[in-house]
Design a protein around this ligand. Structure first.
Ligand code: X2X
Length: 357
């Protein structure tokens, strides 16, 4: 039986179980024993710690009524990270802290963050999230049965390589690059002349270990936890795309909560998002994130200078200046023509306006 068919059979079983449980569950103000949360990476990643913080704060703010259990490493999805928003909208999974990349199969508008060499600074990213672009994305989610709660962050994605330093598009020619299975990635890397192979994050680590791929791209927070220097000795900081996270809930279930519970969960997501963003930006911004961690969260378990840390692990860290970045941007121009249509002209326009503010 094909793995797709097996997956759909598995989905059906999950869905029937959820339907049975909800049919027999008492309706008025009864809470589930456990609310299942999908998280793509493990508990030691900054992203995983953001999920744990959310669960902890929700429990606290709802006086123990809502208990969220994070399922790390996409274990609820057998690794199939791109299925998360579909399952949350069906109500099979209660909630998620997931990347806009993994949400993009259901919400194509999320690909605006993946337009290559488009958003390149934290200021721009914050303007998008808090501006019209963010609200357009949140309303698209609501239409698809998802209740967005708050933004988190995976980070700007950087490329690492075992074979050579990547300084220009020519360096990518013929390199096998592991990418997420979202189609815009295949288009970006093929356009730049590389040979992209898509795989889920769980399989990617094995592929790095076995040297099946020459390169991969992920934000610094992921590189640190995955200890990428064990497999790839070079990293190019090119900020080629932003990768926000979103805390979100199944809309159908959300509507069954009282306004008080909704308010508490929402406040928990906003606070956990602030914490998680500060973790991933620590040492990469103007110092603000380290201050937030210290003053607001009394958090010391963080790598204060990730660049120096990676160099200390014998990695070569390459920073691209604006001329070099412009070379890459020119190389990926055809991706814009195709993807602006898929994302939607209004969203792309609002992103440009938000960034111009
Ligand atoms: O799969 C990836 O590269 C990861 C972990 O960054 C995402 O989930 C988008």
């Amino acid at each position: 039986m094909g793995s797709n068919r097996r997956f759909y059979r598995f989905l059906m079983v999950l869905w029937c179980m959820a339907a049975l449980i909800s049919a027999f569950a008492p309706t008025s103000h009864a809470f589930k024993r456990e609310y299942k949360m999908q998280v793509t990476v493990g508990p030691n990643y900054y992203w995983g710690r953001g999920a744990a913080k959310f669960a902890e704060l929700v429990k606290l703010k709802t006086a123990g009524r809502i208990k969220i259990k994070p399922y790390y490493g996409s274990s609820l999805l057998r690794g199939a990270q791109l299925k998360s928003s579909q399952l949350v909208s069906m109500g099979v999974i209660d909630c998620a802290l997931d990347s806009t990349i993994n949400i993009s199969p259901v919400i194509p508008e999320c690909n605006v963050f993946s337009l290559p060499f488009f958003i390149n600074t934290y200021d721009n990213l914050d303007r998008l999230e808090n501006g019209k672009t963010g609200s357009l994305i949140f309303s698209a989610m609501k239409k698809k049965g998802l209740k967005p709660l708050a933004w988190g962050e995976n980070g700007f994605r950087q490329i690492t390589c075992s074979k050579k330093a990547i300084l220009s598009p020519a360096d990518l020619k013929g390199l096998t690059v592991r990418v997420v299975g979202s189609p815009i990635f295949i288009d970006i890397f093929r356009t730049m002349g590389a040979d992209p192979v898509n795989m889920n994050w769980g399989d990617a680590i094995t592929a790095f270990q076995q040297g099946v791929v020459d390169a991969q791209e992920n934000p610094v927070g992921i590189l640190l936890s995955a200890q990428i220097w064990q497999y790839h000795r070079r990293v190019t900081f090119w900020n080629y795309m932003a990768d926000p996270l979103i805390f979100y809930w199944s809309l159908r279930e959300w509507r069954t909560f009282s306004p008080g519970i909704q308010k508490s969960i929402m406040a928990a997501a906003v606070e956990a998002g602030r914490y998680e963003k500060a973790l991933v930006r620590a040492g990469l911004d103007n110092g603000e994130s380290l201050l937030i961690l210290e003053k607001e969260f009394n958090e010391k378990d963080v790598i204060p200078d990730p660049t120096a840390y990676m160099k200390g692990k014998n990695m070569r860290v390459i920073e691209l200046d604006s001329d070099k970045r412009a070379q890459f941007k020119r190389a990926v121009a055809p991706v814009y023509e195709k993807w602006e249509k898929k994302i939607g002209k209004e969203v792309v326009k609002s992103a440009k306006q938000d960034m111009a503010k």
